[in-house]
Design a protein around this ligand. Sequence first.
Ligand code: WQD
Length: 376
Amino acid sequence: MTKVLLTGGAGFIGSHTCLVLLETGHQLVVIDDFSNGSAEALRRVAELAGLGPWRQASAEHWTAAEPGGGSLTLLRGDVRSPRDLDRAFAITGGGISAVLHFAGLKAVGESMTQPLRYWDVNVTGTVQLLEAMGRHACQTLVFSSSATLYGTTDRVPIPETAPLQPINPYGYTKAAVERLLTDVATSDPGWRIALLRYFNPVGAHPSGRIGEDPNGLPNNLFPFLCQVAGGRRQHLEVFGGDWPTPDGTGVRDYLHVMDLAEGHGRALDVLQAEPPQMLTLNLGSGHGYSVLELVRSFETTNGLTLPYAVVERRPGDSAVSVADPREAERRMGWRTRRSLADICRDGWAWQSANPQGYGSNEGQPTGALIGAQQVS
Ligand code: WQD
């Protein structure tokens, strides 16, 4: 059993990873500013993991534990704040042996209009995290990277050795953090670092209790499609019907968020079991599906009809983006196990049970108060 810090652990991928790590007995500390995450998500994670009552110690601090087993502590905080980071490392008495770094901004379009914010949160946030790790003698890090790094390559499938040619500020920040982490690992051979390049994470935990809850209008296909299915959006706009693909619509490598979460668990195991090293791995299925294939699978799996209209291409899009996932299987025995139908079934289970996501109770007391002890 090890103690792990997850930055951004109250978000979509972070919350699902928390559940996987709790089920393998880890003690978790989460720091999250709730800009794209929710205390409610982690209350539900604690419930799914069978931990004891979710208790709120202060306006910034929640906790739940299973006697003698896993525990989950949540601290509202900003990864750019050395004070917040030191509180996260210290809040359960120290002993954090590894960090999973999810905290970051990830909307491609938004990054075009707010580049300074993206560089500050994604890059400065990582610099502050690395400095805090140094203060707390922790040198094991799993970084949430992205296939966006590859840009609009025409290689199919894409190996990790493909050139990095990001085409938007979001992608540039991911490339900058990978460069930073490479320099840190080169400067001190004690570091254990995994760069996990996600393709298209979608779906939800099969319970329907946790899932993707984007702020406002979803930027990405799957959450938008789920909201159309739930009647929250009128119809889906298919961005381009004239791509050089079998049916003319964009092809992507969709992977179930539970497969992705399990991939993080495997990467952590490998880093902690083997000598210090840097892993760079694509996390994808290796299979491409078009927009219309995803729409059809969603309709067939869930017995419903999705209204859509084919419109102009979206600027910055590429025709095809599919992972070569062989290195992840070779290095950590991981590959996706869930199908497109599983993705559609589980995504709909979440959406239909939570039409407004986690709701707007953010920051409100959730769970029993255990006194007004201040988090030092
Ligand atoms: C998928 C396909 C669109 C919306 C982005 C980021 C990537 C990662 C995942 C963070 C494309 C089409 C989409 C819609 C559509 N995020 N589409 N109608 O662009 O592959 O990847 O999100 O790491 O870094 O770049 O994902 O879901 O936006 O698009 O037709 O309303 O669906 O053209 O072919 P994308 P996406």
